[in-house]
Design a protein around this ligand. Structure first.
Ligand code: ZN
Ligand code: ZN
Length: 346
């Protein structure tokens, strides 16, 4: 059954490098599963949390919320999973089950969301986590574990708004930022049927953006090309962490268009365009459980393939540095040594 101690990597204070940290497994509740982790992706949000950007981090802090592993123990009330099942777990590991949003099946908006994260008490840069079995998703058998890991956060973060806004009046999208989230957003948007324009300040990403499925690439510093795109898009999806010219992004939206944020950039814009053109600026947080399952099936069916660098989990600080320096192409997944490097699960 469950190992007696969990070995993780924890920050002991704000902005600190991670250090090996072992702890007793949290108690296994009736509806919980313990997941023995083989892979965990590195997300910008992990680094924000190490730096206490959101003001909710408790130290010692074990990051990690793009988790794949096998169920190693299941509570008595778990009926849909059994020991040995390969599952993915994202940022949300539980929900209160009582509030208005949980009743509506929109658990990502649960009023008790802060203590619901996989980080509480400790996250996926570790040998195992304990979560509510309803938030551990069975994975398609042919999907490699490192691919599934990245889909658990970066994948759902972009699939959820792209699928929600796709419709009769919304067939043309600008994806801002071609990084961990953006390179997946381009693939999902193309597969959903959007005409896709990728906008990035990294000119060298043009060829890859087109290969991911963009119909066109625009250099974010090319003011003339951006001016020509004025009033062009129903939807602008911001997948960049910062460095965005918000007035330009509003200018390329059609009237009543929508700008969706998927990360946590600081937003600064004038209200004139918002009011006079009836624009919407909104956010999208994770996705509900139904959308998570739909996303996994869609990604498998349509061959959505994140670009991944694999690194052994003990090199977690090198991985974090690569993400901090914006060098990851495009997502780093940490692998437990026992899991065997890049072998696709099957
Ligand atoms: Zn994330
Ligand atoms: Zn709730």
């Amino acid at each position: 059954m469950s190992a007696s101690r969990i070995l993780g990597y924890a920050a002991q204070g704000v902005g600190q490098p991670l250090e090996p940290f072992d702890y007793a497994p949290p108690p296994l509740g009736e509806h919980d599963v313990q997941v023995s982790i083989s892979h965990c992706g590195v997300c910008h949000t992990d680094i924000h949390a190490i730096d206490d950007y959101y003001g909710i981090t408790d130290y010692p802090f074990v990051p990690g919320h793009e988790i794949v592993g096998h169920v190693s123990a299941a509570g008595r009330g778990v009926s849909e999973l059994k020991e040995g099942d390969r599952v993915g777990v994202g940022w949300q590991g539980r929900s209160c089950g009582q509030c208005e949003w949980c009743h509506r099946g929109e658990e990502q908006l649960c009023l008790d969301i802060v203590p619901s994260g996989t980080w509480v008490p400790y996250g996926g840069f570790s040998s195992s986590v304990v979560v509510d079995g309803r938030f551990a998703y069975l994975l398609p058998a042919a999907m490699p574990s490192q691919v599934a890991a990245v889909l658990m956060c970066a994948g759902i973060a972009v699939y959820s708004p792209l699928s929600k806004y796709f419709g009769e009046s919304s067939r043309k999208v600008a994806i801002v930022g071609v990084g961990g989230l953006g390179h997946l957003a381009i693939q999902f948007a193309h597969a959903l049927g959007y005409e896709v324009v990728a906008i990035s300040s990294s000119r060298e990403k043009e060829e890859q953006a087109l290969a991911f499925g963009a119909d066109r690439f625009i250099d974010a510093n090319d003011r003339d090309s951006l001016r020509q795109l004025a009033l062009s898009f129903d939807l602008v999806l911001c997948a960049a962490g910062g460095g965005v010219d918000w007035e330009v992004m509003l200018a390329i939206l059609r009237k009543r268009g929508t700008l969706v944020l998927t990360g946590f950039p600081d937003v600064d814009c004038n209200s004139t365009n918002l009011v006079a053109r009836e624009l919407t600026v909104t956010g999208s947080f994770l996705g509900n459980r139904a959308t998570m399952r739909e996303m996994l099936a869609f990604a498998q069916d349509r061959g959505i393939t994140p670009e991944i660098e694999l690194m052994p989990m003990p090199q977690v600080n090198d991985a974090i540095l690569r993400v901090r320096e914006n060098k990851a192409r495009y997502r780093i997944v940490l692998v437990q040594e026992a899991a065997g490097a890049a072998a696709p699960a099957g």
